[in-house]
Ligand binder design. Structure first.
Ligand code: DP6
Length: 354
């Protein structure tokens, strides 16, 4: 017997950020979060899982290189999916028992560059494992144990990850708040400022923040609960100005928390700050909020806007893109004047209808 499936999962971008755990092993967060799952082709992980009794051991390859299968988070996902499979097939076929997996996963974007590669990666892994074993049901709790943000990539559209209260994490799940069709005019643009590996990964960065930042505690207890409610309302009503303002404020507070961490963690760079200024200048010039930015644990910007404003924003922002920018990587240095973005370049920087 030999079973094989191939699945692909997209990156998600948090507009209310997850930062900080109350349980490191189960990956339980100190606050709820909300994200937008991209549904374009540029930022995805594709995973093939083969499952056979003739394999001697579980093995995994990431972007063509064999990786250590004993990684605790990988082991959690394998163990949890097998547990679900045993439960489901307990009446007969012991599918979850004697097989081994060979897993092959590829990103079509830089790994660990603050582009949420672990989110797409673990979401895709858990989904593929579940498919190959014929397991259905609540898989976001399993993906969460691979990487917190991965639980949100199990759904499309606008997704909330409810922090939950239970110690076993059974209520710390992801749920769709609205499908992407609820807001077809929304556009998401990823500006890759640097494709290099980040200096401080999210896992250790948030650990230090939990230990040292009082701003983080304030944020989790007093700020995020209200913002979650406001954000869900804004998404449902397609209220872009509110959505955009909350998104920018939450990104800023997350990076303020990183500065409040001791020793401090810096994720934004000069280019990131110029993009922030550009967006605020553009919005002020328009007399309304037409564009928003968000930054994760790295310098790359994610821009949110509506279809009707993309052309104009590109005319303004286009002066910031170097002419030699190619299809591979996008925004490297600033500023270069007088460059208008070609259709080709727009495609290269990943502007896609959401
Ligand atoms: C800044 O999900 O990568 O992107 O749970 O330790 O794997 P672990 O961390 P991870 O953290 C993501 C942090 C963030 C914000 C977000 O996506 O909500």
């Amino acid at each position: 017997g030999f079973n094989m499936v191939t699945c692909s999962a997209p990156v998600n971008i948090a507009v209310i950020k997850y930062w900080g755990k109350r349980d490191e092993e189960l990956i339980l967060p100190i606050n709820s979060s909300l994200s937008v799952t991209l549904h374009q082709d540029q930022l995805r992980t594709t995973t093939t899982v083969a499952c056979s009794r003739s394999f001697e051991e579980d093995r995994i390859w990431l972007n063509g290189r064999e990786e250590d299968i004993t990684l605790p988070r990988l082991q959690s996902c394998l163990r949890e999916v097998r547990r679900l499979a045993r439960k489901r097939h307990s009446d007969g076929d012991p599918a979850g028992l004697s097989h081994k997996f060979h897993i092959c996963s590829v990103n079509n974007f830089p790994t660990a560059a603050g582009l949420a590669s672990s989110a797409a990666g673990y979401a895709c892994l858990v989904y593929s494992l579940a498919r190959v074993l014929g397991v259905e049901g609540e898989l976001s709790v399993v993906a969460r144990q691979g990487s917190g943000s991965a639980c949100r990539s199990m759904y499309g559209g606008f997704v909330q990850w409810t922090m939950g209260q239970r110690e076993d994490g059974k209520d710390s799940i992801a749920q769709q708040v609205a499908p992407e069709t609820n807001w077809p005019e929304l556009r998401v643009l990823v500006l890759v400022v640097s494709a290099e590996r980040k200096l401080v990964g999210s896992t250790s960065g948030m650990q230090t923040s939990v230990e040292t930042s009082s701003l983080l505690k304030h944020r989790a207890e007093c700020v995020v609960p209200g913002r979650m409610e406001q954000m869900i309302r804004a998404v449902k009503k397609r209220d872009f100005a509110t959505f955009a303002e909350l998104t920018m404020k939450d990104s800023n507070q997350f990076h303020a928390t990183c500065l409040d961490t001791y020793p401090p963690v810096f994720y934004l760079n000069d280019v990131s700050r110029r993009i922030i200024n550009l967006v605020h200048r553009y919005n002020r010039h328009c007399g309304e909020t037409r564009v928003a930015y968000s930054f994760d644990a790295g310098p790359n910007a994610v821009i949110f806007t509506l279809q009707e404003h993309t052309a104009e924003f590109f005319q303004v922002g286009g002066t910031f893109f170097p002419p030699e920018t190619n299809g591979e990587q996008f925004l490297k240095g600033l500023p270069i004047t007088g460059v208008t973005l070609s259709e080709e370049l727009k495609e290269a920087i990943g502007m896609e209808p959401l």
